[in-house]
Design a protein around this ligand. Structure first.
Ligand code: PAF
Length: 277
């Protein structure tokens, strides 16, 4: 497996690999990331993983500085599963000058996570477009745990006519239901034991939809109240149209129940897709 740190080196190496499949990450890789790589391997001749903690998508009071940087362990894990190439640039390589041009996603960037993290999806879309231009993949794979990010990036690729297939992979969960996330590492032992309660809240909301409940707002508020009662600070539980995260209207069958909540200092997000019969 090659580990490359410069755009020049990347372009030289990939000039021999037109059929590459790309998994962008911020590193600190867990089983969820490794599943994305496994998913990528049969889809192309070369599997490329980027590891870059992108300052532009973090707010000023967020965890950019403490976000775990574990490049050597990440490379060991990737080599063990047969990844072909790791692109691990430093900040100066991705942002050699102040980034004055940016991808400005539409209204979706201001709702849900975007309402709590202003500028986040602008930062994500901008770095992913830059990474796409550097790697020039035929396909790219993203995990559905970051559901809103998936929708923003899928729309960006469609609207900017990028010749890249976007593949969305299912969330990987621990045996107790907790969605795998690098931020789970911030949890204390007691918080880790409590953390599956977010998935349980989403599951109860889905169970209500299954049972035919139509009062979405009641379901959302009820599940937020349950989390708050257990000591969480819920930001939202939201039942939305899966395709664009708009408010569901009569006839919309493909839904997603999304949640974000803080447990201590750790912010967790999760979601479950549900198709109304
Ligand atoms: O999902 C992530 O890890 C990041 O948002 C991404 C897509 C690598 C962009 O920095």
């Amino acid at each position: 497996m090659d580990v490359i740190h410069t755009v020049k080196g990347l372009r030289e190496r990939l000039s021999r690999e037109p059929n590459n499949v790309f998994v962008p990450t911020m590193g600190n890789l867990h089983e969820g990331h490794l599943q994305l790589v496994e998913n990528a391997k049969p889809r192309g001749a070369c599997t490329v993983v980027s590891i870059f903690v992108n300052r532009m998508q973090f707010g000023p009071r967020e965890d950019f500085d403490k976000y775990p940087r574990t490049l050597q362990q990440d490379c060991d894990k990737l080599a063990a599963i047969g990844c072909d190439l790791v692109f691990a640039p430093d900040e100066g390589e991705i942002y050699p000058e102040p980034q004055q041009y940016a991808v400005e996603p539409p209204e979706i960037q201001h709702i849900l996570d975007g309402a709590v993290r202003p500028g986040h999806f602008r930062g994500v879309a901008t770095v992913v477009l830059k990474l796409f231009n550097m790697v020039q993949p035929r396909a790219a794979i993203f995990g559905k745990k970051d559901y809103q990010q998936c929708i923003v990036l899928r729309n960006m690729v469609r609207q900017l006519a990028l010749p890249i297939d976007i593949i969305l992979a299912d969330t990987v969960r621990a045996s107790d239901g907790l969605a795998l996330s690098s931020r789970n590492g911030y949890l204390t032992a007691a918080e880790r034991a409590e953390a599956p309660a977010l998935y349980q809240a989403l599951s109860r909301a889905v169970a209500e939809l299954k049972a035919g409940a139509k009062d979405f707002q009641r379901i959302e508020l009820q599940q937020m109240a349950i989390l708050a009662g257990r000591g969480w600070k819920p930001e939202y539980i939201a039942i939305r149209r899966a395709q664009d995260l708009g408010q569901p209207e009569a006839g919309d069958a493909d839904l997603v129940v999304l949640g974000a909540a803080r447990l201590g200092v750790t912010r967790l997000i999760d979601n479950i897709e549900w198709r109304l019969p």
